[in-house]
Ligand binder design. Sequence first.
Ligand code: WQD
Length: 339
Amino acid sequence: MATILLTGATGYIGSHTWLELQTAGYDVVGLDDFSNSSPEVVDRLEQLAGRAPVFERASVCDADAMHTVFERHRIDAVVHFAAFKAVGESTQQPLRYYANNVGGLLTLATAMRAHDVKRIVFSSSATVYGKPETLPIREDAATHATNPYGETKLIGEKILLDMAAAEAGWQSGVLRYFNPVGAHESGRIGEDPRGVPNNLMPYVAQVAIGRRARLSVFGDDYDTPDGTGVRDYIHVVDLAQGHVKALDRLLVTPGSLLVNLGTGRGHSVLELIAAYERASGKPVPYDIVARRPGDIDSCYADPAKALADIGWQATRDLAAMCEDSWRWQSMNPHGFDAA
Ligand code: WQD
């Protein structure tokens, strides 16, 4: 079976994808520098998979380390998660984001090319669409990044397109994620943001568990049914399985692909709060406050192309996302580092 190099392997989406790749029969070499994740994740993955993971502690920005990894392991394809992903932080620290996200991809792709590894699945984001002109969002919608983080994703996509045009046999699988939430059903791995969570569900989870007193709802005057922001929340295990399907396709069929990974359904902030209260049995008190700069009214995917191109569609609903998130949060009230 093919061997996959998974960068950002101990991160939120990376760790869930690691499990799904192994379940699908792939051999995995996980790689991470723990700049935004915990070493505890490696131990959790060993417990869940029942075998010692093959893991390399390295940064994708370290050219020598990356060449060593490709010399040490026979890699058939790469799934590239390693990147910073906080929109607000990217606006305050653009150079750090371009150096890590774009520089890291350039270093990784250079090492791949030097070792004749020609397939890469790339973690992109619905943020590349900016404020969508039409909904649901199709892959041929206009792209317009509104922050440095989104720009790094658009630049990454362009780098891979140009490589595929220049290098025979080079294949990229660009996956544009909507809003990943939830956790593995075991409750042993999940989303563990450092500091104050930027994203809605981890913040709601920390209010439900009592780590935070109240949620701030960023505006209720949007052009949506209840006035709060509408997003396409996708279960992280559905998302991980989308990566397996993309790899399956790249390994058997020539050519590249680009698909949205979303459910096609939008839910508002207030709907998510109510669903979380039902799933956890805990109150989630909140206050309506001013809009967060840069937020948009609604964003949800047209998932048809993913079904047509890689035979994937999401199967888990918002209730399952909240139940699995709550199991993780209640089993790990202070995340991994408290272990
Ligand atoms: C969802 C909704 C907020 C927090 C971001 C990135 C995107 C991707 C996913 C990386 C919005 C509201 C949020 C809070 C709130 N990340 N909200 N109170 O902004 O859709 O997408 O994360 O790829 O690139 O842009 O997700 O979870 O931050 O916000 O009211 O404390 O919840 O206004 O309507 P977003 P989010």
